[in-house]
Design a binder for this molecule. Structure first.
Ligand SMILES: Cc1ncc(C[n+]2csc(CCOP(=O)(O)OP(=O)(O)O)c2C)c(N)n1
Ligand SMILES: [Mg+2]
Length: 170
């Protein structure tokens, strides 16, 4: 959602991208539902620190159902960047999302502090085929505004059609 969604879309939209606008905190819950209902697919959730901090119980639910096909990435800039200005989150004062994910029972967790480490950990998580939460620490910097040109309903129908299409072909 927010900055993460806009930055992903700016790299080039694909029909298998769903941008969770407005429903802050629920990306991991949505990803869990897709991962459980479509075990043949690899589901990658791109989350934010402020977002997962609003829905920490989701970590325990992920751990309970433990889908092997779910990779949960938290971009932790220690702030609510999307709403502008500097709004530090609890990770700015020491809360450890990877630690909480591990304590919840998620089998693979890590905090990555540079790009090379993140790229390596991401590749390893995809290959591992095990529920993973990766926390990527990065600076709270972004463009002055976060705009997308894909209406939410269009994205919602396109994404659903894409998933159904995969089922028909698969
Ligand atoms: C339930 C809810 N509360 C508040 C908002 C407003 N809001 C949109 S993005 C955002 C900050 C998200 O923070 P984070 O997940 O850390 O992502 P970042 O912007 O730092 O990339 C907020 C508060 C929202 N969309 N939904
Ligand atoms: Mg943030």
């Amino acid at each position: 959602m927010g900055a993460v969604s806009a930055e992903l879309q700016s790299l080039g939209h694909r029909p298998n991208f769903f941008y969770l606008q407005h429903a802050m905190g629920l990306a991991s819950s949505l990803g869990l539902g897709i991962a459980l209902s479509r075990p043949e697919l690899k589901v990658v959730v791109l989350d934010g620190d402020g977002s997962i901090l609003m829905n920490l119980g989701s970590l325990t639910t992920l751990a309970r159902y433990r889908p092997k096909n779910l990779l949960h990435v938290v971009f932790d800039n220690e702030s609510l960047l999307s709403v502008g200005g500097c709004f530090p989150t609890a990770t700015a004062t020491g809360s450890d999302i990877a630690g909480m994910a591990a304590a919840a029972g998620i089998p693979r967790t890590a905090t990555l502090r540079d790009l090379d480490a993140f790229v390596a950990a991401f590749g390893a998580a995809i290959a591992a085929n095990e529920l993973t939460t990766l926390v990527a620490k990065f600076d709270a910097k972004g463009p002055p505004v976060f705009l997308t040109d894909l209406p939410m309903l269009e994205n919602r129908f396109q994404f659903a059609r894409y998933l159904k299409g995969l089922r028909v072909r698969g």
